[in-house]
Structures are given as C-alpha cells and as structure tokens.
Design a protein around this ligand. Structure first.
Ligand code: KG4
Ligand code: ZN
Length: 360
C-alpha cells in the first residue's frame, strides 16, 4: 500500500492506564499528534496493586472522554482516520473489553478497518515513535506484567529468548516496596530510597544467575526480603539499606542476563550490523538499571536505546504506531476478534510460568 499519509487512532486499556492517541505517518516520518493518558494509580494504590474489577470500571468511566480529547488535540476529524487500533491483549480481560468494544464500535460506525494490537508489539515498536531503527534488534521489556528478552527480527517476526518463570520485574519492585511500607507504584520509591542506602548491608539471592540462559526468577528474592524484614525494625535507615541492596541485586541480575541474551542473539541473528538493544516498559525508567546496562555498551559493542518515559509506560501512541504498521500491510481484524488475556508475541514461545528454566 503506498498511501502517503496514514493516521491511526490507538486505544490502550490493558492494565491501569487509559490512553488514546493519534499517530500520523507521512512520507515515512512518524508524528504523534496526540497522546492522552489517564493513570489509575490513585484508585489502586491503597491496595498496593491493580484490582482488575476496579480497573475495568475506571476504564469504562473515562475512555470516551479520553478518545474525544485525543481527537481534539490531534486537530483532526474521525473521517480523517485511516483505521482504529485497540490493544486486544495480553492484559486484564475487563479492561481489554472496554478498549476493544469501543474500537470496534468506532470502526463499524466510521467504516474504517479495525486492528487488534498485541500490547507487547506496541512496546516492541515504541522506540520508532522517536528514533529510526532498523531490524533486527533486541528488546528487553520490563514492566509490571512482563519481563522478557525478544529478538525483533522483522515486523511480525519475533523470537522470545528469555522470560520470567514467576514474578515480573516491576512486580518484584512493587512487592518489595510493600514489604518496606513504601508507596505504590513501588519502583520509583525503591529507587529513591536505594540512592541513600548501603547496598552492601544485605546479601540477597540471585535466582538462576548461574544458568546459561536468559530467563529470570524474582519470587525467591521477594521471600528473602520478607525474611529479613521480619527480623528487623523497619526504620528509615533499614528501608534505605534494604532498598539499596535490592536495587544492586537487580542491577547485577539484569546485567548478567542481558549478557546471556546478547550471546543468544548473536547465535540466532547472523547480522553484521551493530547490535541495538531497546529497553522498554515502566521499569526502564529506573536510572540505576540504565546506568548499569550502559556499562555493557563497550564490553559487548552494543548500543542501548531507551524510549522516553511517556512511551516506556503504557500509552496509546505505541498502539497507534503498531496499528499503522499493520494498516500498511493490510493486516486488519474482523469485528468478531475476541480479546486475548494471554497472547505471547512469539507464538512458538513456551509458557514458562512455574517452570524451571532447564535449557541452560
Ligand atoms: O509499563 P508499566 O507502566 O505498566 C505495566 O505494567 O504494563 O510498568 C509499571 C511498573 C510498576 O511495577 C512500577 O513499579 C515499575 O513499572 N516502575 C519502576 C520505576 N518506575 C516504574 N520500577 C523501577 N524503577 C522505576 N523508576
Ligand atoms: Zn505495558
């Protein structure tokens, strides 16, 4: 398809952010015309985590308004859109239904194609909202719900080479923060406390670190923190030292596993081009992890790319962008498409939750 200007509305409601965005591609140049995000953090923070039923209700309360504002901000009319894209999985079913039903309704009403987007594809491509990048590249996705290394070989050609067998990395940050009676979301709180603490005070386990694969496990780390917390008074000094020890342990695990993912990438991709590694998802905001990964650039002759924060966390723009890529390839979906709470990016990837990483 050789249409010069393509404009897609992207709707995101898979977790705890309601978002809508219009993205335009004109002569190969990507422009985000609007990206409206409403976080539900105030609703969920008293529970220390996302409550699915409350999330679904909150999405349905605001989604119409969010789309309206996104269209106004983009200064275009619905008739100027080429397609409607909505996150159709993976994520919480109630939230997915809200976005998908609205996407299908608009598509039907406007007689424009409906595109069901995999949320992980959105994260994988999000870097393209700001930078030109050629395939292939390596993705490290670290968020509240996902932790994985995936080789982005080409558009729609993905190979997952590492994942978590239990908690996601963001979940580990949130659970540790809860144990230390810090606020929610826990990641930024841990990072803040860690900067003032003694990282050598507590020794924490580094699960799977000696295995040759790029898989993660964080559940044992959280249990170790719980054990230490139960034996200590939770003073400010204790919280800072615990947060610092946790952060340092995470940095080491991520550093180590990224080296293993790079080895696996080089075995799989016989490309002569410089290796680019995109780090996306909410945890990619962590400056300490960024800093630690940067040290690999010289060691492994690679370059790390971090999308800006607004495109690291969940947003409609990455969904609209994935929608544009699909629109250009005429990859449309029927209105009978059902949301998929579980929807791996690499359809051949085996389900690892609860499994030992054995291939190492
Ligand atoms: O991508 P995201 O906004 O939502 C999804 O899970 O899809 O990621 C949220 C996660 C939370 O677990 C939060 O604690 C974590 O990202 N996070 C951080 C930081 N900022 C957010 N983790 C570590 N350090 C941070 N600075
Ligand atoms: Zn996400």
């Amino acid at each position: 398809m050789s249409k010069k200007v393509v404009r897609v509305l992207g709707i995101e409601s898979s977790c705890d952010e309601t978002s809508a965005s219009v993205v335009e591609k004109k002569n190969d140049k990507i422009r985000v015309l609007s990206n409206i995000v409403k976080s539900q953090v105030d609703i969920h923070k008293i529970y220390g985590g996302v409550v699915p039923e409350l999330a679904a209700r909150a999405h349905s309360d605001v989604i119409d308004q969010i789309v309206k504002v996104a269209m106004q901000k983009a200064r275009i009319k619905f008739k100027d859109l080429d397609a409607i894209a909505a996150t159709a999985g993976p994520g919480l079913l109630g939230g997915l239904l809200v976005g998908v039903v609205l996407g299908k309704t608009l598509s039907h009403q406007l007689k424009k194609p409906f595109i069901a987007v995999n949320h992980l594809e959105g994260h994988a491509l999000s870097i393209k909202l700001e930078k030109k990048i050629n395939y292939p590249y390596l993705l490290l996705l670290v968020s509240g719900g996902h932790t994985e290394f995936t080789i982005i070989k080409n558009f729609n050609s993905y190979k997952r080479i590492g994942t978590t067998i239990d908690d996601a990395l963001g979940e580990a940050f949130d659970k540790t923060a809860r144990l230390l009676k810090l606020g929610y979301p826990g990641g930024p709180e841990i990072e803040k406390y860690a900067a003032q603490g003694d990282k050598n005070r507590f020794v924490l386990p580094k699960p799977l670190i000696n295995e040759k694969n790029a898989h993660f496990s964080f559940a044992g780390l959280k249990s170790a923190v719980a054990n230490i917390v139960s034996k200590n008074r939770c003073t400010e000094k204790f919280k800072k030292d615990m947060a610092a020890s946790f952060q340092a342990t995470i940095n080491e695990i991520i550093f180590n596993k990224t080296q293993k993912a790079i080895c696996e990438y080089k075995r799989t991709v016989k490309s002569k081009k410089d290796l680019k590694i995109v780090v996306a998802g909410g945890v990619a905001a962590n400056k300490s992890i960024r800093c630690s990964l940067r040290q690999l650039e010289v060691l492994e002759n690679c370059e790390f790319l971090f999308p800006s924060m607004k495109y690291c966390t969940d947003n409609g723009a990455m969904i609209a962008l994935a929608g544009i890529e699909r629109f250009e390839r005429k990859k449309f979906n029927k209105l009978s498409f059902k949301p998929r709470p579980r929807w791996p990016l690499d359809k051949d990837a085996i389900f690892m939750k609860g499994k030992r990483a054995v291939e190492g």
